[in-house]
Design a protein around this ligand. Structure first.
Ligand code: UD1
Length: 384
């Protein structure tokens, strides 16, 4: 009986939405640099299709164009997940992969894992074990289920192992690898576009000369209901009276602002509204910022790595290490708390934090090495 070294099915590497690209770029580089791994095939589900959420980031991250694009587009969660599954299944049949590699917690992550596992193809989940314990977040459902389906769970922080153990996942499946998103950040940091240049290009040159805060906002809990969105925008307006704000708005948020007729709430002189930014522009904006206000998952980690204070407009985080060791503070929509922290950060620079263990730029390398060893030790899979 041979093994995978005699019959290497491809590694199918899946991306679907913006936060996946910065995680997959270093992985793909690491996979393709090793002769002892099967060829890595990049599959894009097409969950994100907007040029500003998509193609531009591929260029910035030096992520090769996808080998396969499933072009699923937007839809309800059920429709989007089902459509990814329907279109991914023939790809798995055609490639007979040795492993499907998924990252993060978007709908595409879960959909492709589910297809793979039912075809007896092993699943490797990168960024496993994070938990917000908030089942109202679609990402939390995707995390819990993807981890249950995965054979290999690569984690970014040690608390993830406790979460996985609590859910009955055997320790031998878990591997503390570090943070591939920070691999990307460290790899590209020197090429970040200076904030002043980005702001000048956006016709907001005045902002570059001052201290400023950066804002991103797109979570359903902050933008989908009129009252939540009104409160979030009210907070931004109040903060902007103390510190000018640069807001890079997700299309989802723009659509809600228009639908609810809230555009006038942001017509303050000290708020610059920008479209979604490229990776290198965003990196430059964050690196030079006095603080960042966000509800993103990845930005909580990036600000910790950049040592820039981050106020997270959520009640919980699946990335507790950013609060315990990094620069992150959870603030929900608590206006008084936010204003107090903004004052403090403007006056003293705020929380500086320290870099968490293994956020050293080499996580993808470790994962590639481990995966090569694991595949080599595996017998021929059932479907081969
Ligand atoms: C998705 C992820 C979220 C991640 C975010 C980053 C899930 C459940 N959510 O949320 O974890 O933080 O990406 O951006 O997978 N839209 C466009 N252009 C696009 C894609 C979407 O305009 O290219 C608009 C559409 O109106 C769409 C809405 O954004 O209906 C939501 O898109 P969707 O992919 O469902 O989720 P995101 O909110 O982007």
């Amino acid at each position: 009986m041979g093994n995978l070294r005699d019959n290497p099915g491809a590694l199918l590497c899946v991306v679907g939405a913006r936060p996946n690209y910065m995680k997959m770029a270093p992985l793909l580089r690491a996979f393709r640099s090793r002769a002892d791994l099967p060829p890595a095939v990049l599959v894009h589900t097409g969950q994100h299709y907007d040029p500003m959420l998509n193609g531009r980031l591929f260029d910035d991250l030096a992520l090769p164009r996808p080998d396969i694009n499933l072009e699923v587009g937007s839809g309800t969660h059920a429709v989007q997940t089902a459509e990814v599954m329907r279109r991914f299944e023939p790809v798995v049949d055609a490639h007979r992969p040795s492993c499907v590699v998924v990252v993060g917690d978007v709908n595409s992550t879960l959909a492709c894992s589910l297809v793979a596992v039912k075809k007896a193809v092993p699943v490797a989940h990168v960024e496993a074990g994070l938990r917000s314990f908030d089942r109202a977040m679609p990402e939390e459902i995707n995390r819990v289920l993807t981890d249950q389906l995965s054979d290999l769970l690569y984690t970014t922080e040690r608390t993830a192992h406790d979460n996985l153990a609590r859910e009955g996942i055997p320790a031998e499946r878990m591997h503390f690898a570090g943070n591939v998103m920070i691999d990307s950040l460290l790899f590209h940091k020197d090429r970040a576009v200076p904030a002043a240049q980005t702001l000048a290009c956006a016709g907001k040159a005045g902002f570059g000369a001052e201290r400023y805060g950066v804002v991103t906002l797109h979570r359903p809990s902050n933008v989908d209901e009129p009252e939540a969105l009104r409160a979030s925008l009210g907070i931004l307006r109040e903060v902007s009276e103390r510190l000018p704000l640069v807001c890079a708005l997700h299309p989802r948020t723009v659509a809600r602002i228009e639908a609810f007729g809230f555009a006038d709430l942001l017509q303050a002189g000290r708020i610059a509204l920008l479209p979604p930014q490229g990776y290198l522009e965003m990196l430059g904006l964050m690196a030079d910022a006095t603080l960042v206000l966000t509800d993103s998952g990845g930005i909580q980690e990036e600000t910790t790595a950049l040592s820039v204070p981050c106020l997270t407009l959520r009640e919980n985080t699946e990335r507790p290490i950013t609060v315990e060791q990094g620069t992150n503070t959870l603030v929900g929509r608590d206006r008084a708390l936010i204003m107090r922290l903004v004052e403090e950060i403007v006056a003293t620079g705020g929380k500086r934090g320290r870099t968490p263990e293994l956020w050293d730029g080499r996580a993808a390398e470790r994962i590639a090495g481990h995966l090569a060893g694991w595949l080599a030790a595996r017998p021929v899979p059932l479907h081969a």
